[in-house]
Design a protein around this ligand. Structure first.
Ligand code: PGA
Length: 253
C-alpha cells in the first residue's frame, strides 16, 4: 500500500509561540519516527518556517513546507519568496495552486506550471492543489476541470519528475468555513478520474476540504486516495495527532 500523506497548512494563522508549541508537541509525540505507513507534513506561514524547522530538528520524520513560492530563483519580485529561499529556511515541500491563491492572488494554471518546475528544479516536493467551484460541480464538469488543471500544471514533466509530485484534490465548495464536507459518494468519480491518470505515477493523491475526525477514515477508504491535506481540524495539535492515528490504523488494516 502507498504511504499515506497526512498534513496541514496553517494558512495565515499562528504566532511563533503557537508554532513552537504545536511543533514541539508533535516532535515529542512522534519521538523520532512517523507512524508506520504515514508521511506527516506541516506547512506553516513563511514567518514560522525556520522556527518550526528548528523545533522539529533536521532529521525529523515530519516534512516541512511553504504555502507558496515564486518560480524565479531571485530578483526584483517584491513580497515574494523563492524556492531556494524556502529551501534555505528548511522547507522540503512547496504548496502550489491552493484555491485561495488562485482566487485572491492571481494564481493561474501557467503560474502553477512554472512553480511546479521551480520546486522540482531545486529538489523540493511540489504539492499541487486542484479543485473545482460549486458552479463547475453543478454543471457536471468536475473531473474534466481538475484533470485540465493538473495536466496544465504538470505539462512537460518526465515520469521521474512526475513521481516526485503530490497532488491534492480540494474542491472549493468543500474548503474552509464557507465549505461543507464532501460526501464519499461525491468524491468517487473525481478520484477515479485522477486515479486513472495519475495513480502510481505521482507520490500521492490527497484529498482536502473540511476533513474532520468523523470523516477522515471514510475519506481514506476512497479508491486512489493516499492521504489527507487538512486545515482547521489539524490546527490544534490534538486534532492532527488524531488524524495521524486514523491514518496509521488505515495503513495497518
Ligand atoms: P479546511 O481547509 O480543512 O479548513 O477545510 C482545507 C484546505 O484549504 O486545504
Amino acid at each position: 500500500m502507498s504511504t499515506l500523506w497526512v498534513g496541514t497548512s496553517w494558512k495565515m494563522t499562528k504566532t511563533l509561540a503557537e508554532a513552537e508549541e504545536w511543533a514541539g508537541g508533535l516532535r515529542d509525540h512522534l519521538a523520532g519516527s512517523a507512524p508506520a505507513g504515514v508521511q506527516p507534513f506541516v506547512i506553516p506561514s513563511f514567518t514560522a518556517t525556520t522556527t518550526v524547522r528548528g523545533v522539529l530538528g533536521e532529521d525529523s520524520p515530519v516534512l516541512l513546507g511553504v504555502q507558496n513560492a515564486h518560480w524565479e530563483d531571485a530578483g526584483a519580485w517584491t513580497g515574494e519568496v523563492s524556492v531556494p529561499q524556502a529551501k534555505d529556511a528548511g522547507a522540503q515541500v512547496v504548496e502550489i495552486g491552493h484555491s485561495e491563491r488562485r482566487e485572491h492572488f492571481g494564481e493561474t494554471v501557467e503560474t502553477t506550471r512554472l512553480k511546479v518546475a521551480a520546486a522540482l528544479r531545486h529538489g523540493l516536493t511540489p504539492l499541487l492543489c486542484i479543485g473545482e467551484s460549486a458552479e463547475v460541480k453543478e454543471s457536471g464538469g468536475s473531473s474534466a476541470f481538475i484533470l485540465e488543471q493538473a495536466a496544465g500544471a504538470l505539462a512537460g514533466l518526465g515520469e521521474e519528475e512526475l513521481a516526485r509530485v503530490v497532488i491534492a484534490y480540494e474542491p472549493i465548495w468543500a474548503i474552509g468555513e464557507k465549505g461543507r464536507p464532501a460526501t464519499v459518494a461525491e468524491l468517487v468519480d473525481p478520484f477515479a478520474a485522477l486515479g486513472e491518470e495519475y495513480s502510481g505515477r505521482v507520490a500521492g493523491l490527497l484529498y482536502g476540504g473540511s476533513v474532520n475526525l468523523d470523516n477522515a477514515a471514510d475519506l481514506l477508504g476512497i479508491e486512489h486516495v493516499t492521504g489527507l491535506f487538512v486545515g482547521r481540524t489539524a490546527w490544534k495539535l490534538e486534532g492532527y495527532l488524531e488524524l495521524l492515528r486514523i491514518a496509521a490504523a488505515h495503513a495497518a488494516a
